[in-house]
Design a protein around this ligand. Structure first.
Ligand code: GLU
Length: 283
């Protein structure tokens, strides 16, 4: 049975790129006679705001994107706001801890930068965590809760993680080269994005993940977490990012095309979801 999800982060208004990816997720779920879940990824308390959740729900409804389980209608996997799911994330931390593949990490971003031989590529916001900064293997083994510290997942250096994306085709990323030990828990008491998304996709029985192609590398990281948890891996579809005619990513434009803005300009849901991007920008 197909179970998909749309998972906005309420740090801003939904834009055209989100809308098209979410519409694709809804279309696939409908075609498979499956269930679509709306999950709000509001773990970053400093950047997320409740009114963006309300806006997202309004925009999605106006666009005709329908879900069958979510914060506004409930369902067997409630709550659907990640900020309310901390008991589950703590349980998931325990499972991951039992795998022996995570360790507490007190290194700051500056420590990481200092230990790097070469500066990291500019387009990759997260520098690769150098193995020289890993603590001894047994560090943190006796912990029973994450506490007030960062925790990282030790990646298998040199191992290539491959998967077939339903849209983008075969993908391969090498642990230790394309990404390093990933943060799975933050010292503010919250799980990292990678940890929360895997824990929730599993808990909610997600069989198909449809999301933006900016998360392809994250998928390789998440596959490592699935393996450590010994959970079944879903199917992946990464939708191409929406660019304007000059190739600039829409989410990066100063005047990001928010759904609200386009709606106020008089565009219809069908135009927003299907018209060539440049005709929308010039309106
Ligand atoms: N919440 C993430 C975002 O808005 C998407 C996470 C996912 O689909 O895995 O970028």
């Amino acid at each position: 049975m197909y179970r998909g999800r749309i998972a906005p982060t309420p740090t801003g208004l939904l834009h055209l790129g989100h809308a098209r990816t979410f519409a694709l997720a809804a279309q696939q779920a409908r075609a498979a006679n499956g269930t679509l879940i709306l999950r709000i990824e509001d773990l970053d308390a400093a950047r997320c705001q409740p009114h963006f959740t309300t806006n997202a729900i309004e925009d999605l409804k106006w666009l005709g994107i329908n879900w069958q389980e979510g914060p506004d209608i409930g369902g067997p996997h409630a709550p659907y706001l990640q900020s309310q799911r901390l008991p589950w994330f703590n349980e998931a931390w325990k499972k991951l801890h039992a795998s022996g593949q995570i360790y507490p990490c007190d290194k700051s971003r500056q420590d990481v930068e200092r230990a790097l031989v070469a500066p990291h590529a500019e387009d990759d916001a997260e520098p690769i965590f150098p193995p020289s900064l890993r603590p001894a293997l047994s560090t943190g083994r006796n912990a029973t809760a994450p506490g007030k510290t960062n925790w990282r997942f030790r990646v298998p250096d040199g191992e290539t993680i491959s998967f077939i994306d339903q849209i983008e085709g075969p993908q391969s990323f090498t642990a230790g080269k394309d990404f390093g030990d990933l943060l799975i828990w933050r010292k503010d008491g919250m799980p990292s994005y990678e940890m929360a998304v895997v824990a929730d996709d599993h808990a909610m029985g997600i069989t198909h993940v449809v999301r933006g192609a900016d998360l392809l590398k994250s998928t390789a990281r998440q596959i490592l977490l699935y393996r450590a948890f010994k959970w079944e891996i879903p199917q992946w579809s990464h939708a191409p990012l929406v660019n304007d005619a000059s190739g600039q990513r829409l989410s990066k434009r100063a005047a990001g095309l928010s759904i609200q803005e386009l709606r106020h300009k008089g565009l219809t849901p069908a135009e927003i979801l299907t018209a060539p991007i440049d005709t929308l920008i010039s309106k």
